[in-house]
Design a protein around this ligand. Structure first.
Ligand code: ZN
Length: 429
């Protein structure tokens, strides 16, 4: 049977009708089921009956990560506790974790969504899926595992690390699909070659969760393992977990499951919708989530909607890859700038390395100025620096609509840290 987990909508009109029904159901459900949400609605002066069209979503108050933490341990709970059959938690590093609860129906919806991801990646019951992500209270392991079982493929739940066992199963069980983070994929690709087992394995696809993967890294992994294709799965614990979207084999953007949640892209500063195709913060509203529904949840993740339909023929809409966090947004002369955009411009130029810094200052003329400090790529010389500087300036101007100064330095001159590098130096008051 084909297309088992795909929605059966024939056009966007049907999809939007379904979304409106889901939105109406959700606002009624949370208003009657959750003290937190009822207070939110009352404060905003909104009743569930005020939601008559999809545009009315703008009347609803936002939900934030802070609300989840304040509601610890079972935030946003909108069903009786006895109906909760499972909890998962985010891997927050500081303070209280975000705990999300699930009813049986929530789990069913989640695994259907995940099975849809596998299906869109072209997997069938014949596939053997080796899962090398974390199991336990995190959503990753359970999502990849039960989504795989829902599809009917064979799951091989090895978990993260354990390179010996990973290699052994790749050979002995002839796994066709490997699920992991980008850095794990690169590690495995190198291990497989180091051990000389490339001819003995049957790996065709890699599905990546959670971590951004540069184009260069992707090409390297694909070549080292001789893969047919690689896919990115999106998701976050608040919104079920991984499995809420996937870039199809055309790789024109990330299809997201708009029949399960509404995606708004808003200016993180004004909280108004950005123009079509502009970058903003992803704000999600679930359409059938029971235990911990999200109403206009601010994810802090930045992306843009892709307005054209995918050439694969699916009507499921797409967003671009995640460009960073809205907390990192800079406003320069009235223009919103995200480090991810600078990243994108720099990585499109061959001679430029991956390390960079942004320096912002306010000069005597009262205006703000930005300087991009970037390294040249390893093995390139600075002889051509002026050309590279001009290229960066031009690309920043056309793609981000701001002027900047550029300084290019030798490879290895900018500081390296084990954790997250500090890239933004805002010296304005
Ligand atoms: Zn597509």
């Amino acid at each position: 049977m084909k297309n088992t987990f795909m929605p059966q909508f024939k056009n966007l009109e049907q999809l939007h009708h379904h979304q409106l029904e889901g939105l109406k159901w959700s606002v009624n459900h949370v208003y009657n089921g959750s003290k937190f949400y009822k207070t939110q609605f009352d404060k905003a002066g909104v009743k569930p009956s005020d939601i008559k069209s999809l545009n009315d979503i703008s009347k609803l108050a936002f939900t934030t990560g802070k609300d989840l933490k304040e509601g610890y341990p079972l935030p946003l709970l909108s069903v009786p506790e006895k109906d909760v059959v499972r909890i998962h938690a985010s891997s927050g590093t500081t303070g209280k974790r975000k705990i999300l609860s699930y009813t049986q129906k929530d789990l069913d919806v989640w695994f259907d969504m995940f099975a849809r991801c596998y299906e869109m990646a072209g997997l069938t019951k014949d596939d053997r899926v080796q899962i090398a992500v974390g199991y336990g209270v995190w959503t990753a392991g359970m999502g990849f595992q039960l989504g795989c079982e829902r599809l009917g493929a064979m799951a091989i739940p090895v978990g993260p690390g354990n390179i010996d066992m990973q290699c052994q199963f790749l050979v002995d069980l002839q796994s066709t699909v490997f699920c992991c983070t980008a850095s794990m994929a690169l590690l495995m690709a190198e291990e497989v070659n180091k051990r000389g087992i490339k001819d003995k394995i049957n790996l065709k696809k890699i599905i990546l969760g959670s971590e951004r993967c540069s184009t260069a890294m992707r090409i390297k992994i694909k070549e080292l393992l001789g893969l047919e294709d690689m896919f990115d799965i999106t998701g976050m614990t608040e919104l079920y977990g991984p499995g809420t979207g996937l870039d199809c084999y055309k790789h024109e953007g990330i299809h997201y499951w708009a029949d399960k949640y509404i995606l708004e892209i808003l200016d993180p500063d004004t909280l108004e919708p950005v123009k079509d195709g502009e970058i903003g913060e992803m704000v999600v509203t679930t359409l059938s989530k029971e235990a911990a529904p999200l109403i206009r949840y601010r994810t802090r993740d930045l992306t843009r909607k892709i307005t054209k339909q995918c050439s694969c023929g699916s009507i499921l809409p797409m967003h671009d890859k995640i460009m960073g966090r809205s907390d990192d947004m800079i406003i320069l002369r009235g223009v919103n700038i995200y480090p991810g955009q600078i990243d994108e411009v720099l990585s499109s130029i061959d001679e430029v390395g991956s390390e960079y810094q942004l320096h912002l200052e306010r000069k005597d003329d009262g205006k703000d100025y930005m300087t991009i400090k970037s390294e040249i790529k390893d093995g390139f010389s600075l002889n051509n620096a002026q050309n590279i500087i001009n290229m960066i300036k031009r690309n920043v101007k056309t793609k981000i609509m701001v002027s900047c100064d550029v300084k290019i330095c030798e490879y290895g001159q900018l500081p390296r840290v084990a954790g997250k590098s500090k890239r933004i130096f805002d010296n304005r008051d």
